[in-house]
Write a protein that binds this ligand. Structure first.
Ligand code: G16
Length: 544
């Protein structure tokens, strides 16, 4: 079986964003495009004899073909073993767990996460290192530099084995091992949580719950864990079969994209608990009767209740959140007397802190929560954590949330997205904000005084690497914050994200809607950024 080298002209647009390379599916299907990116990744990874690579994806259109290409290229580039999820499926957190358990050199995850799939949707490739976590910025910068100067790619001149059949196949000098991607992950969850307690909660007469897998990768995982192992009734998992186009849906765990689940939770007879995950299974949305738990609150609430979970019973080492995530978790860290870290957006920034034992739990406003059990955020883990908390406290979701606010206060929170911007004006707008930040202190707008403003730069406390321009933040008095940054996960154009938050102390009004509570803060953001004049936008495209 020979290795072919195919000559190509290098692409100039393969710069990884917040979470790997994301482009339209059609872009990825251009001859040589996927291959060129993989070659740059493998050159940067530089595998040695004996190294293994984990491969799988979220089941979206083009996943299986792409997995076959990864198999053929990995073996041609020096990996000795390629471990592939059956049918090329594996959730992002399960891939992270597998890399760690098998001592693999790394993993290629084929997913554009919550972006829609199909021939007219998006596709993506992420590389995770031997820690199980997303490749750090030093690695992705190396990949981008290599991709721009690439002359060709190496691939085995042979077809990949049938990825639907579990077992080992020798190919060239290496081995392709197709595995069941579900069991290991489900076993890991049993070591983290109190499954007996969750089982008795679920079997209580009258307790009703649902999980919307959105025809994405978590369907088979949720069916195994919630229905088979924990005894939830058949049908608890909705849209449980992974489909290449996610059934035409948008696999983003947001109330707008889970219409049936949302209707069940906001109707006249809501379920006790509901949740959803995204395309590749790393995000989570938690719902109670007529309640959506804000992701920043969720991180804080889980941290405050961690002692009910067997894995965290002995205490938490520290917590971390990304810059634009609300400061609810900071208040819990302070009460617990543990470290609190603020990182840039992107799960990769948590990996060093987790590896160094500085933090146990971390999370982001973008519906991501996780812990040191893997090096990715983990959707089903968050669902099980919530069920464990409900089982241990005997309380409902709304009661847990309200109890948390009355102890710690409430961080009202909203994200305003301005989608479909052109890249250059959006970048100029961010530069304008940096200039504004320089002279903002002392200004008063809509009853708020600007105390300070900065362009966020982060130095990793473990390896000392620094990244700059990670978002512009304005701190206000009374206690509120606004952050602006550009999304790094879109496949074209630019999306501006404006994150608004305001603290209400426990004695204040804790039960306003975020829209009401943040009306004046939104006005401050509008005035300080001059968004209408500078980007011609009068209202956000999406409010989360
Ligand atoms: C990715 C990253 C997250 C990030 C999110 C949104 O999540 O892993 O760390 O918070 O994108 O990023 P942005 O604001 O740049 O669009 P996922 O679930 O899409 O892989």
């Amino acid at each position: 079986m020979s290795v072919q080298t195919i000559r190509i002209d290098p692409w100039q647009d393969q710069e990884p964003g917040t979470s790997g390379l994301r482009k339209s599916t059609r872009d990825f299907m251009r001859p040589g495009y996927l291959e060129a990116f993989l070659q740059a990744v493998f050159d940067e990874a530089a595998p040695a004899d004996g190294d293994a690579l984990v491969v799988g994806g979220d089941g979206r259109f083009f996943c299986r073909e792409a997995a076959e290409t990864v198999v053929r290229m990995a073996l041609a580039n020096g990996f000795s073993r390629v471990i592939v999820g059956q049918d090329a499926l594996i959730s992002t957190p399960a891939a992270s767990a597998l890399i760690r358990r098998r001592g693999a050199k790394g993993g290629v995850i084929l997913s554009a996460s919550h972006n829609p799939g199909g021939p007219d949707g998006d596709f993506g490739v992420k590389y995770n290192t031997e820690t199980g976590g997303p490749a750090p910025t030093t690695f992705t910068a190396g990949v981008f530099a290599r991709s721009k100067a690439l002359e060709g790619y190496r691939i085995l001149e042979a077809t990949a084995p049938d990825l639907s059949v579990i077992g080992e196949t020798r190919m060239g000098d290496g081995i392709v091992e197709v595995i069941d991607p579900i069991t290991d992950y489900a076993d890991l969850m049993e070591t983290v949580f109190d499954f007996d307690a969750i089982r008795s909660l679920i079997s209580q007469p009258g307790f009703r719950m649902a999980f919307d897998a959105m025809n994405a990768v978590t369907g088979p995982y949720a069916t195994e864990i919630l229905e088979r192992r924990l005894g939830a009734p058949a049908g608890t998992v909705m849209r449980g079969r992974p489909l290449p186009d996610f059934g035409g849906g948008h696999p983003d765990p947001h109330p707008d994209h889970t219409p049936e689940l949302t209707a069940r939770m906001f109707g006249t007879d809501p379920l006790d608990f509901a949740a959803a995950s995204d395309g590749d299974g790393d995000r989570n949305m938690i719902l109670g009767p007529v309640t959506i738990v804000s992701p920043g609150d969720s991180l804080a609430i889980l941290a405050a209740h961690a002692d009910v979970v067997p894995r965290y019973r002995d205490g938490l080492k520290g917590l971390a959140r990304s810059l634009p995530t609300s400061r609810a978790a900071d208040r819990v860290a302070e009460a617990l007397g543990i470290e609190m870290h603020q990182t840039p957006t992107g799960w990769k920034f948590f990996t060093n802190l987790l590896d160094a034992g500085r933090i146990t739990l971390c999370g982001e406003e973008s519906f991501g929560t996780g812990s040191d059990h893997v090096r990715e955020k983990d959707g089903l883990w968050a669902v099980l954590f919530w069920l464990n908390v409900l089982a241990a406290t005997g309380k409902g979701v709304g009661e847990v949330v309200a109890g948390h606010w009355s102890r710690f206060g409430r961080d009202y929170y909203q994200r305003h997205d301005y989608e479909g911007l052109e890249v250059e004006p959006a970048q100029a707008f961010m530069q304008g904000l940096r200039d504004m930040a320089d002279g903002a202190a002392g200004r008063t707008v809509a009853g708020y005084a600007v105390q300070s403003a900065e362009d966020f730069a982060y130095t990793d406390p473990v390896d000392g690497t620094t990244v700059t321009k990670q978002g512009v933040t304005v701190h206000l008095s009374p206690d509120a914050r606004i952050t602006w940054r550009l999304s790094g996960t879109g496949s074209s154009g630019a999306t501006l994200r404006v994150y608004l938050e305001r603290f209400e102390d426990p004695a204040g009004d804790l039960h306003q809607t975020p829209g009401q509570a943040l009306e004046a803060v939104a006005e401050v953001a509008r005035v300080l950024s001059d968004i209408e004049a500078r980007l011609g936008r009068t209202a956000p495209s999406v409010i989360t």
